[in-house]
Design a protein around this ligand. Structure first.
Ligand SMILES: Cc1cc2nc3c(=O)[nH]c(=O)nc-3n(C[C@H](O)[C@H](O)[C@H](O)COP(=O)(O)OP(=O)(O)OC[C@H]3O[C@@H](n4cnc5c(N)ncnc54)[C@H](O)[C@@H]3O)c2cc1C
Length: 650
């Protein structure tokens, strides 16, 4: 199936599209020259199904540790190669060059690849209607399909993936660590803090699996879902209007991330530099090197653009916002998932304090200004997620990154002035000013309120991310991951469908657009307390996720990987400010200081005895705990009882 290497000249757009897809290896063999590096380039004849083609490429890729491309033709695994120190030079410029090149040979979007039901063949009656082909819609459709239900999935754009397909940048990565934002179980997990390309690959695999049974319809907008289960929709290609009836409707159309919020600053036209929003790959053609970048905003996209700017050589990055966002190092996010939980999914408070202490210390040592919300007892400002980034810390340490409070009052040719009198010189402005909420949902459903269990009214659910508010820590079975929260909600759907029960509203009514995480968390806690069986299933789910974390990287492996990443950032940024001495790794001893948690019987979910379900994980953890707590003990046995005895306080 795999052809001989082709030379660059063979890879004209005309030659490649649409009969071939391409992947690029990092070895210095014959092929394509980019930034003076030769890449092997292979073209694969389009196979009978996209899945077969993709599997063939993955097989090859797995054996060679290299970058490979397909699907929407964006770079995959380039960053990973860098982390494991392979010969693939995955310098961001190279990544960009390859991405640019591959954009020219883009393969069709899912509406072509998945196959869809023609407009006139959309049935007039279906059992389950899922609206939205983002991650939520696909996971819900999968669950319903696996329960043997007839499913129609309607999506208004021409592709699957939702925000990952339309708003994310190529440089975007999942904030949550990999095992808690996993769409597929596969032999080789994604990179940690998975980049867009891998998420989109998984999304397409999922859609491909679903397309065997689920009816897909793209470029079709659902405009009305009535109480009597009459549904109206519009074919966005022909503007034709259709209707159908469904027994159950699942609106999976997002809440928090609607359209990009566009705004214009006073005198923006006078600015001589470039202005972007930092989403939808709009900075793709921008040269960040040696520029002073002003990022406006404090959310996840602001942090992401700061990271991208720093990695791609910006001279200085200033992040300007009304209030500072909360940014945590990768290790803090990892610990939130891998630490054992009590039966109600809370972590040990003393351990959490230790983590917060070190996290705060890292702010001080790296000269990062703390977010104001911490003084108010909030982990992050309302509506904001906690962004995860180590380059935030190293960038600040080297003086390449700073945060400022204020709002832009006026833009002039080379700088902005703020309402509080700051003047910030800059070459580029990136307006990470967030997203509108999805207001259309209220009109579609003809309701302004929903319920805490996400059932709006009988057999109509609206499943979407809640608005982040003052939740402290992660006392939830889903941690900080929305994907995990969807997986847990599937449990309620599964129970109702299996028992052929109607989906009924539960909980107080809440505003549909402003449904808060804290309310959802309280509801889940009360619901699980009332339903011991559900509680047990949730505990099993959390334990399985914890095991996945241990399989992906136990504490020692994680720290090794994290230190390597820290060092890479130090090398990268030091080159721009060589006189500054290297910063020490700030999280030395952090995980080790929590070792006793894994033997604490009051934390039964994910502690050492519970890890026995996977003998290897159990053995590894036991020996790691031993090395942390009783380094000189000769008599250690891997059984948790004798281990507990050996560390019992006098
Ligand atoms: C770069 C990035 C990083 C992220 N990182 C994290 C993270 O680390 N952890 C986390 O928990 N979350 C993260 N998120 C949040 C993310 O929004 C969710 O995790 C998840 O992808 C949301 O999926 P969704 O399917 O609910 O919504 P969407 O992806 O928005 O999908 C909704 C779909 O519905 C379609 N639609 C809307 N209205 C209609 C209609 N009327 N008719 C038909 N179709 C319609 C839309 O076209 C869209 O395809 C991140 C998001 C981004 C962009």
């Amino acid at each position: 199936m795999i052809s001989q290497p082709l030379t660059f000249t063979n890879l004209s757009t005309h030659y490649v599209k649409p009969q071939y897809r391409i992947f690029v290896s990092g070895s210095h063999a014959a092929g394509l020259t980019l930034n003076d590096v030769l890449y092997e380039v292979y073209a694969i004849p389009a196979a009978s199904s996209p899945r077969q083609l993709w599997d063939a490429m993955k097989l090859y890729a797995d054996s060679r540790n290299f970058a490979y491309f397909a699907g929407d033709a964006t770079l995959r695994l380039g960053f990973e190669a860098e982390i494991v120190g392979s010969s693939l030079p995955s310098a961001p410029e190279v990544v960009e060059d390859i991405s640019e090149f591959l954009d020219k040979i883009k393969v069709p979007s899912a509406s072509h690849a998945v196959g869809e039901v023609p407009f006139e063949q959309i049935p007039s009656q279906v059992d389950c209607l899922v609206v939205g082909a983002g991650i939520t819609g696909l996971l819900v459709a999968q669950e319903l399909m696996d329960l043997g239900k007839e499913v129609l999935l309607v999506e208004k754009s021409d592709d699957v993936g939702g925000v990952w397909r339309h708003q994310a940048n190529k440089t975007s990565r999942v904030n949550t660590s990999e095992p808690a934002y996993r769409l597929l179980s596969k032999a080789r997990p994604n990179m940690d803090h998975t980049p867009t390309a891998q998420i989109m690959d998984d999304v397409r695999s999922l859609a491909d699996r679903l397309s065997q049974k689920v009816m897909f319809r793209f470029q079709t907008t659902v405009t009305r879902v009535e109480e009597n289960m009459n549904i109206q929709f519009t074919d966005d290609r022909s503007s034709e209007i259709g209707s159908l009836r469904a027994n159950r409707v699942f609106m999976c159309v997002n809440r928090r991330l609607g359209n990009v919020r566009r705004l214009e600053f006073s005198n923006e036209a006078k600015f001589k530099g470039e202005i972007f929003y930092g989403v939808e790959n709009d900075t793709r053609s921008m040269q960040w090197k040696d520029k002073h970048i002003l990022i406006v905003g404090a959310g996840a996209f602001a942090t992401e653009n700061a990271r991208t700017a720093l990695e791609l050589g910006a001279k200085k990055v200033t992040v300007l916002s009304r209030r500072r966002g909360s940014v945590c190092p990768l290790i803090v996010d990892y610990l939130n998932f891998i630490r054992p939980y009590d039966a109600q999914f809370a972590h040990d408070r003393a351990g959490s304090n230790k983590i917060f202490h070190k996290w705060r210390r890292a702010f001080k040592d790296c000269k990062v200004t703390e977010p104001e919300c911490w003084q108010e007892g909030l982990m992050s400002p309302k509506g904001h997620t906690i962004s995860v980034s180590d380059s935030w810390f190293v960038g600040h340490y080297y003086g390449l990154l700073e945060t400022q409070l204020g709002e832009i009052q006026d833009v002039s040719d080379t700088h902005v002035t703020t309402t509080n009198g700051l003047r910030i010189d800059c070459d580029v402005i990136v307006k990470c000013t967030g997203f509108e909420k999805n207001h259309a949902i209220k009109d579609i459903l003809g309701e302004s309120r929903t319920h805490e269990n996400n059932v709006v009214r009988q057999n109509t659910m609206y499943i979407a991310e809640a608005i982040l508010d003052n939740i402290m820590g992660y006392k939830t079975p889903f941690g900080s991951s929305y994907v995990e929260s969807v997986k847990l909600q599937l449990q309620a759907i599964r129970e109702a469908v299996k028992e052929d029960r109607a989906l009924m509203p539960d909980g107080e009514g809440i505003d549909m657009s402003d449904s808060l995480v804290s309310k959802a968390v309280d509801y889940i806690a009360a619901d699980l307390t009332k339903n011991p069986e559900r509680q047990l299933t949730a505990q099993k789910h959390v334990l399985e996720r914890t095991l996945n974390y241990h399989r992906r990287f136990g504490p020692a492996d994680f720290v090794a990987e994290n230190k390597a990443e820290w060092l890479r950032l130090v090398r990268l940024f030091k080159a721009r400010n060589p006189s500054v001495p290297d910063p020490p790794y700030p999280f030395e001893g952090m995980i080790e200081s929590l070792a006793e948690e894994w033997t604490n019987p009051s934390l039964p979910v994910g502690n050492l005895p519970s890890l026995r379900g996977d003998a290897e994980v159990h053995r590894n953890m036991a020996s790691w705990i031993k090395s942390c707590l009783t380094p000189s003990s000769e008599s250690f046995s891997s059984s948790s009882e004798s281990f507990s005895a050996s560390i019992a306080p006098n």
